[in-house]
Design a protein around this ligand. Structure first.
Ligand code: SF4
Ligand code: SF4
Length: 468
């Protein structure tokens, strides 16, 4: 039996990431700018439509209409959402197989918001040493003021994020004024509060713990890696030499002297560790905490430039390349993901592009299924629901095909007018002089024919008539 009496869990060690300049930092700022621009400005973008709101992107839950510029998505288009999820999954598999955790390092909301929170922290409290000193010297007035301002700004940012998310679900200008006049729907306050709380906690308090302990992707992404996947790696061979890394000393300044003494190019400055947002040392190899943000690459490249040595001691590379081979990007797995991704994307795009101007469904009345009239004819009843999915007015004629001799009665009328994006139900009674040798079920179709010169094609709705 073990006599180990130490703590089961280690308390979190606070991380104070240092700022860094470089190519990957610039790429991350560019992505951050675009992502924030899109997220915060989109609800304010106006869009002219024949009917519906003049907001470019709006998810109108009560009306069950999702407006995406000129595209209006209805509940019956749920297939698009399913295929969109498939595309997202395939894209993640494909990108992870080729370039590792680029999603985590550059695009994930957790990374984007944590970046901004760190920026705020740095602006208010200073660079890494100043932030560490602030916590070492107890509760001074300066500490209270600086921490208070940081958290106030974090909360403001979280609230702005939560409110912006809420604005996507209604007309933004109206909802905003109603929100501050305490007249907005209760759900708007709940949504904003939930998003404010989660943004503040995840990006301000939990930070790297969300990636390390909460995110499932961090756990299963390693199974998508192979020897050709691009990962942020430390070139151990170059960095350590035969006798390991060594600081720059008077005798170990130049590369030649270091190589002769058996030391590599890593001068053990620790800059790569200090800039890491998850607080790990990439020199210890690939770790689950690494989000592949490449800030350590920027840090180390800066050091190498200052020393006048070649960059790339830490770099994007593959296990195979590190072992002296050539990275293979075209593999059975990635080609397979690529083909599946293209197929799913084509399916979605063609489905959206070829969507009919209207759709309809037919429901047969079951209680009773058949009625025998006094003149001996059999009557079946149907309800036809028609949705005008276009932004134009539609006029449709309801007819029957394949049930010769049937009398058709449509309520309220055999010609229906449909406003843009409107739905309508018509009720049809069919009276048919069934003969004794007729089958129990006779297949036939309703035919919905749009009227007008540039009318879309008729829609055929197959169904059946019960003779008994
Ligand atoms: S930044 Fe480069 S040189 Fe400095 S410790 Fe890290 S790997 Fe070594
Ligand atoms: S080790 Fe490098 S790439 Fe990985 S999270 Fe840290 S800074 Fe980013």
């Amino acid at each position: 039996m073990s006599d180990h009496t130490g703590p089961v869990y280690q308390a979190r060690i606070t991380i104070y990431p240092r700022s860094v300049k470089g190519r990957f930092r610039n790429i991350k700022y560019a992505i951050l700018g675009v992502a924030y621009g899109v997220f915060f400005l989109l609800p304010w973008l106006r869009w002219t439509r024949a009917t519906g709101p003049d907001q470019a992107v709006m998810f109108d839950l009560p009306e069950r209409h999702f407006y995406l510029f000129d595209l209006v998505v209805y509940p019956q288009n749920i297939f698009w959402l399913a295929i969109l999820l498939v595309i997202a999954a395939l894209l993640l598999f494909f990108v992870t197989g080729v370039a590792g955790r680029v999603w985590c390092g550059y695009f994930c909301f957790q990374t984007l918001w944590t970046d901004i929170y760190l920026l705020i922290e740095r602006l208010v409290q200073g660079e890494r040493p100043a932030r560490m000193r602030l916590r070492e010297h107890g509760w001074t007035v300066a500490r209270v003021l600086k921490l208070g301002s940081t958290h106030a700004l974090w909360l403001a940012m979280a609230f702005w994020t939560g409110l912006t998310f809420t604005l996507y679900w209604a007309d933004a200008p109206h909802l905003l004024s109603a929100f501050f006049e305490a007249k907005a729907p209760f759900a708007a306050y709940v949504t904003t509060f939930m998003l404010t709380a989660t943004t503040y906690i995840f990006a301000g308090i939990a930070r790297e713990q969300v990636c390390t302990y909460m995110c499932p992707y961090a756990r299963f992404q390693s199974v998508m890696f192979d020897r050709d996947t691009l990962i942020v790696s430390y070139d151990r061979h170059r960095g350590e030499g035969e006798r390991g890394r060594h600081k720059v000393t008077r005798d170990l300044k130049g590369q030649e002297a270091r190589q002769q003494a058996g030391h590599g190019d890593c001068i053990d400055c620790g800059y790569c560790v200090q800039v890491c947002p998850t607080g790990i040392d990439i020199r210890n190899g690939l770790q689950v905490e690494c989000i592949h943000c490449a800030l350590c690459v920027d840090a180390c490249n800066g050091i190498m430039r200052n020393l006048g040595w070649a960059e790339g001691l830490i770099r994007y590379t593959s296990e195979r390349a590190l072992a002296g081979g050539r990275t293979r990007f075209f593999k059975f797995k990635t080609v397979g993901y690529g083909i599946a991704l293209m197929a799913a994307t084509f399916l979605l795009v063609s489905s959206v592009a070829t969507r009919a101007a209207f759709d309809a469904s037919v429901q047969q009345t079951r209680q009773p299924l058949t009625v025998v009239l006094s003149d001996g004819r059999i009557q079946n009843s149907y309800a036809i629901v028609v949705n005008n999915t276009s932004t134009h007015r539609l006029s449709l004629h309801v007819g029957v095909r394949g049930l010769n001799g049937a009398h058709v009665e449509v309520q309220p009328s055999a010609v229906m007018d449909l406003l843009p994006e409107a739905s309508r139900t018509v009720y049809v009674k069919l009276r048919y002089p069934a003969r004794a040798n007729d089958p129990k079920r006779i297949p036939f179709s309703f035919e919905l024919t749009p009227e007008g010169r540039h009318a879309p094609a008729p829609l055929i709705l197959p169904t059946q008539f019960y003779t008994r």
